[in-house]
Design a protein around this ligand. Structure first.
Ligand code: BES
Ligand code: MN
Ligand code: ZN
Length: 491
């Protein structure tokens, strides 16, 4: 998507104008309506459009107006007009005209600040994301036609300057969405690692550990997950050194199960294709590191992702196998479909031992039980640190990503005790399945401040209500992590 900031809306192909609740035209709206001899007001009063958030009204060719089409886009109540309401208005305007045949959309926000102008561009760009790589026969009428978003602002230079950081985040979200959307025959662990290696161009340091190194280092629970696959397992370490030289880094850790068949504890066929996005946690970590590097954040950060494919095979891990983790703790693998925690166990232990981070925050599509508990609009937050959990929970709502704190009661710890090993990789039955998974991870944190985000509910969306998040891969977590770092960890 091309983004331009312009000083005037003259001769716009499609002009988007914000409208507040009660059909109140914002900014240049009333002037435009006058020029059009009240055509905008008439169009509104003859429709159900009242200016509510995420609703639009197209007014075709209003006489006297220097624009082909005007799209009125809801900004909601004026006293509730925040960053997210602006993003929704810009995103909804894009969706209203994306298939119209017009090549450009001009968003009129000259009454708002340059930062808000930049945010409107950012939102329209995120709204326009589609994964069309493999659609070779898409009909023209179903192909998005908008190629350029123009945003009208009173200060073009300032809006362009503000947009630099927004563009870095947008690019990171897009990169993350692409990873999540790719099928598992394309994005297997080595291919994934290569893509991340490409991010060195942003100034990230990227280190790839292959199976030989992982064996030598003792990533045995991670390797136990990948051993049924013909694809080699990988661990990728990303470093962004934007802070002071001796400043302890913050650390993000991600579950990257490129495909989760369940292994020998095979999943049912129906819906199994969804498990191509079982690497969504790792994609959030990659996206966050991409964003930090892209906008040159003043922080030291490391990202560690464990990439495996969980397959059934003659060489696959069996239910009942006992494996010694990198930490030295032994694990009875009772269900090979509870593989994410095995991947993260070694990654978490390695991260705290090697980097001695300020905190470790992991993201994972870890449990179906998280969806049962919270539904599809909230990720679960488990943490041994109120400060860390609160910083995460404060950032999410600012960027439209919801999360909810969950308990990790020590009283449930007995549910992961094993008669044969130090712990087992599932709880007793289904009760509190997300909590027992979090308790398992906690055993590998060695007392480091830690938060675990279970994004099984939110990594993929089927009927999005958020204009800036099209159906499919969400890139969930990239914006929250970036915002959390910006608000709480940058010097
Ligand atoms: N990747 C799944 C969890 C999942 C389910 C993510 C649905 C997204 C949507 C995970 O590896 C898994 O299979 N978990 C099991 C754990 C159980 C075997 C203890 C689950 O949730 O059923
Ligand atoms: Mn699984
Ligand atoms: Zn999984």
């Amino acid at each position: 998507m091309n983004i331009e900031f312009v000083a005037s809306a003259a001769a716009a192909e499609v002009l988007a104008v914000l409208v507040n609740d009660g059909r109140v035209l914002a900014g240049v709206g009333p002037g435009l309506d006058n020029t059009a001899a009240g055509a905008l007001t008439r169009a509104m009063t003859n429709s159900r459009f009242t200016g509510g958030s995420n609703s639009t009204l197209i007014v075709a060719a209003p006489a006297g107006v220097d624009a082909g089409t005007v799209v009125l886009t809801g900004a909601g109540a004026p006293d509730k007009f925040d960053d997210l309401a602006l993003e929704a208005a810009a995103g909804a305007a894009y969706h209203a005209v994306k298939l119209s045949g017009a090549a450009s959309l001009t968003i009129e926000v000259s009454h708002l600040s340059p930062d808000q102008a930049a945010r409107a561009a950012f939102a329209a760009r995120l709204a326009s994301y589609r994964f069309l790589k493999y659609r070779t026969t898409l009909k023209p009428e179903k192909t998005p036609s908008i190629e350029t978003i123009k945003v009208v602002t009173g200060d073009v230079k300032a809006a362009e300057a503000a947009y630099v950081a927004y563009a870095a985040v947008a690019e990171a979200v897009e990169f993350s969405r692409d990873l999540v959307a790719e099928p598992a025959n394309v994005l297997y662990p080595e291919a994934y690692a290569r893509r991340v290696k490409g991010l060195e161009k942003l100034g990230l340091e990227v280190e790839i550990l292959g199976e030989k190194e992982l064996e030598k280092l003792g990533f045995r629970t991670l390797l136990a997950v990948g051993q049924g696959s013909v694809r080699d397992s990988q661990v990728v370490i990303m470093k962004w050194n934007g802070g002071a030289k001796d400043d302890q880094p913050i650390a993000f850790v991600g579950k990257g199960v490129c495909f989760d068949t369940g292994g020998i504890s095979l999943k049912p066929a129906e819906g199994m294709e969804e498990m191509k996005w079982d690497m969504g946690g790792s994609a959030a970590v990659v996206g966050a590191m991409h964003a930090l590097a892209g906008r040159k954040a003043k922080v030291n950060a490391v990202g560690v992702i464990g990439l495996v494919e969980n397959m059934p095979d003659g060489n696959a891990t069996r239910p009942g196998d006992v494996v010694e983790s990198l930490s030295g703790q032994t694990v009875e693998i009772l269900n090979t479909d509870a593989e994410g925690r095995l991947v993260l166990a070694d990654c978490l232990w390695y991260t705290q031992e090697r980097f001695k981070p300020k905190f470790m925050l992991d993201l994972a599509t870890l449990t179906g039980a998280m969806i049962v508990a919270l539904g599809l609009e909230y990720a679960g937050v488990f943490s041994n640190s109120d400060e860390l959990a609160n910083n995460f929970l404060a950032a999410g709502p600012k960027v439209g990503e919801n999360a909810w704190r969950m308990p990790i009661p020590a009283a449930y710890d007995r549910h992961i005790e094993s008669p044969i090993a130090d712990l087992k990789n599932m709880g007793n039955g289904r009760a509190g399945g997300s909590i027992t998974a979090a308790l398992f991870l906690q055993r590998f944190t060695n007392g480091t401040p830690w938060a675990h985000i279970d994004i099984a509910p939110t990594a993929w969306v089927k009927d999005s209500r958020n204009p800036t998040v099209p159906d499919g891969a969400v890139g969930w977590g990239v914006r929250t992590l970036d915002r959390m770092v910006k608000d709480a960890y940058e010097s």
